[in-house]
Design a protein around this ligand. Structure first.
Ligand code: CO8
Length: 259
């Protein structure tokens, strides 16, 4: 367990947990938070004992967006030159191990964008998603206008980005933004248990699955299917493929070695 101030990390079995920890600011994101998330991901990715990662906030907020106080006086040259917040932002996307966002309360602006950058979102029943930047005289700057339409379609994405209205957990699940809804007091258990399940499988196969699903968003169907076929064939080079199929035939649980 580490206790850097703005982000806490814990290890639960084979799962690395990252908690955003600025409760007095509704977990608003700034460079320190995003850098600390990046550092935690570096640690978990380098650790062979970790098979999956969960990012969460607290019961009131996953993250209520970028820190408005910090941004208020920015001018263009400062935002551009410092590559504000986004300098470490892509670290979540480049992580090859799966990341689950466990969202309770507000996931707004950069908070919604952070959740959408994760591989999937498990929502508490009190979750609220939104891209309210337009109310501040800015617009989503870390994927909101791009990942939201891919997740929920154009109509709802336009509606949310243009009116700034929030989407509750029910609507988010209906629209495909989140994979499951659980009562808020069960959120962390559910996310950790999903992550533990993933971490019980062969890590190289888990990474291959993540890479293939992500490819669906970056390629034509024909290219994506070809990519999947190549990776599928490659899986037969793994010792874990032999073990997985042998274990099934011998009616016993597999002993994956991540090889
Ligand atoms: N930044 C800074 N402080 C915040 C933020 C924020 N985003 N959100 C909440 N806080 C602070 C409040 O100012 C308040 O501080 P204080 O106690 O000193 O008054 C404290 O947290 C508690 O908040 P509230 O009293 O407002 O709590 P409520 O329950 O009344 O309301 C809300 C909760 C609805 C979440 C409300 O706080 C709110 O609307 N927050 C702002 C949401 C927002 O506009 N988010 C978008 C920010 S812009 C953005 O994210 C751009 C992203 C660009 C890319 C960068 C990637 C990270």
């Amino acid at each position: 367990t580490s206790h850097s101030s703005v982000v806490l990390t814990e290890v639960h079995g084979k799962v690395g947990l990252i908690r955003i920890n600025r409760p007095e600011r509704m977990n608003a994101l700034n460079d320190a938070v995003v850098d600390a998330i990046g550092a935690a991901l570096d640690t978990f990715e380098a650790d062979d004992a970790i098979g999956a990662i969960v990012i969460t906030g607290n019961e009131k907020a996953f993250a209520a967006g970028a820190d408005i106080g910090a941004m208020a006086e920015f001018d263009y040259q400062h935002a551009y030159r410092t590559d504000y917040i986004t300098r470490n932002w892509e670290r979540v996307k480049t992580c090859r191990k799966p990341i689950i966002a466990a969202v309770a309360g507000y996931a707004l602006g950069g908070g919604c964008e952070l959740a959408m950058m994760c591989d999937f979102i498990i929502a508490a029943d009190n979750a609220k998603f939104g891209q309210p930047e337009i109310k501040l005289g800015i617009l989503p700057g870390a994927g909101g206008t791009q990942r939201l339409p891919r997740a929920v379609g154009k109509a709802k994405a336009m509606d949310m980005c243009l009116t700034a209205r929030f989407m509750d957990a029910e609507e988010a699940e209906r629209a495909g933004l989140v994979s499951r809804i659980v009562p808020v007091d069960r959120l962390l258990d559910e996310a950790l248990s999903a992550a533990q399940t993933i971490a019980s499988y062969s890590l190289p196969v888990v990474m291959m699955v993540k890479e293939c699903v992500n490819r669906a968003f970056e390629s034509s169907l024909a290219e994506g299917l070809l990519f999947e076929r190549r990776v599928f064939h490659a899986a037969f080079a793994l010792e874990d493929q032999k073990e997985g199929m042998k274990a099934f035939l011998e009616k016993r649980p597999p002993q994956f070695k991540n090889r």
